[in-house]
Design a protein around this ligand. Structure first.
Ligand SMILES: [Zn+2]
Ligand SMILES: [Zn+2]
Length: 335
């Protein structure tokens, strides 16, 4: 048998090496995904020069889907008043942190506060599984800049309901933090840390709830709760409800409701969404004038987050709440 020519031998060796690398990559993919769940800095570094990629990153999405499936465990763990109370309290506190701080403070700078208060509410916001404050604010600033155009990743007008509700943040590009948009916030190392390790705070909350449930089961059995109940109701059910309520502002508040102001986008004012999201449903008001801490421009436009911020201002925890200017208020009264 004649000898295989040297060139052919090299090509076979190269193909075998490539095959081994591909196999190794395939094998390592779940581990790479696991690393990226824990440290989002890996994505930001790896994708710095990558072009926009709108494909859903399925491996990365597993925890998000898992959180939804975990809600079904309510049929297994049962229910008790204290577990329902934990779910409601955690919904309310975290909704306030998302609307008051992730949105009105970090994204729009509509009031001022001290660095410790800034951190505490960034921490509570981070427990909502809506990523870190820098990622959230960067996406939201992009939304206002390009609202309801091709470059608005969660416009229901351009991309449809489901994409605007749950699609846009599951893509490879959606996972990244746009550092250009949040230079003012990126100078705080503690916020960069929260953004980079954004799964740690939710995991800590879930663990604490599990431990609290186990403790209550032992010291107060008359409450009828358990570790599993506190985890499933207090963390999974509450977080999933909080998540879907928050993203209605992308998917529904640009579709259903009244347009008081002729803004360039399709934003609407919607009382039901305002109640669900503590004031964010006055979304057409907000797109017309995003610079005020208050989003309900008339006295009857219920804005729970604003009342909460007023209370915090009375306690001297926040200050310089930017008001609705007179010309905007007059405009709102006329329509
Ligand atoms: Zn909007
Ligand atoms: Zn906004």
């Amino acid at each position: 048998m004649p000898d295989t020519p040297a060139r052919e031998r090299t090509s076979i060796a190269l193909r075998a090496a490539r095959h081994r690398t591909n196999l190794r990559r395939l094998w390592l993919r779940p581990f790479a995904a696991l690393a990226r769940w824990l440290d989002t800095g890996i994505d930001d570094r790896a994708m710095a020069d990558e072009p926009h990629d709108d494909r859903i990153d399925w491996l990365r999405v597993v925890p998000f889907l898992g959180m939804h499936l975990a809600c079904l465990l309510v049929f297994w763990v049962g229910v008790s008043p204290v577990a329902i109370a934990a779910a409601i309290v955690l919904y309310a506190v975290r909704m306030f942190a998302i609307t008051g701080f992730y949105h009105r403070y970090f994204s729009h700078r509509t009031f001022r506060t001290s660095r410790p208060v800034q951190f505490v509410f960034a921490l509570i916001g981070a427990s909502s599984v809506q990523r870190g404050p820098l990622w959230w604010a960067a996406h939201h600033r992009n939304h206002h800049r390009h609202a309801d155009t091709e470059r608005d990743v969660h416009s229901p007008e351009v991309h449809g309901f489901w994409w605007s509700h749950v699609g846009w943040f599951l893509t490879r590009s959606g996972f990244r933090t746009d550092w250009q948009r949040i230079r003012d916030l990126a100078r705080f190392p503690e916020l960069r840390w929260l953004d980079r390790f954004d799964t740690l705070v939710p995991i800590a909350l879930a663990t604490a709830l599990f431990a609290l449930g186990a403790l209550l089961e032992r010291v107060a059995p008359q409450l009828g709760t358990s570790a599993g109940q506190m985890l499933v109701w207090g963390f999974f059910v509450s977080t999933v409800a909080l998540f879907h309520a928050t993203v209605t502002i992308n998917s529904l508040a640009h579709r259903f409701g009244r347009r008081r102001f002729e803004t360039r986008d399709q934003s609407r004012n919607n009382l039901w969404l305002a109640l669900l999201t503590f004031g964010e449903g006055w979304h057409n008001n907000h797109h017309f004038f995003p610079g005020s801490a208050r989003q309900g421009f008339r006295w009857w436009e219920i804005d729970l987050t604003y009342y909460g911020l007023r209370l915090m201002a009375a306690l001297r925890l926040v200050h310089h709440l930017k008001p609705v200017p007179d010309w905007v208020a007059a405009h709102a009264r006329a329509r």
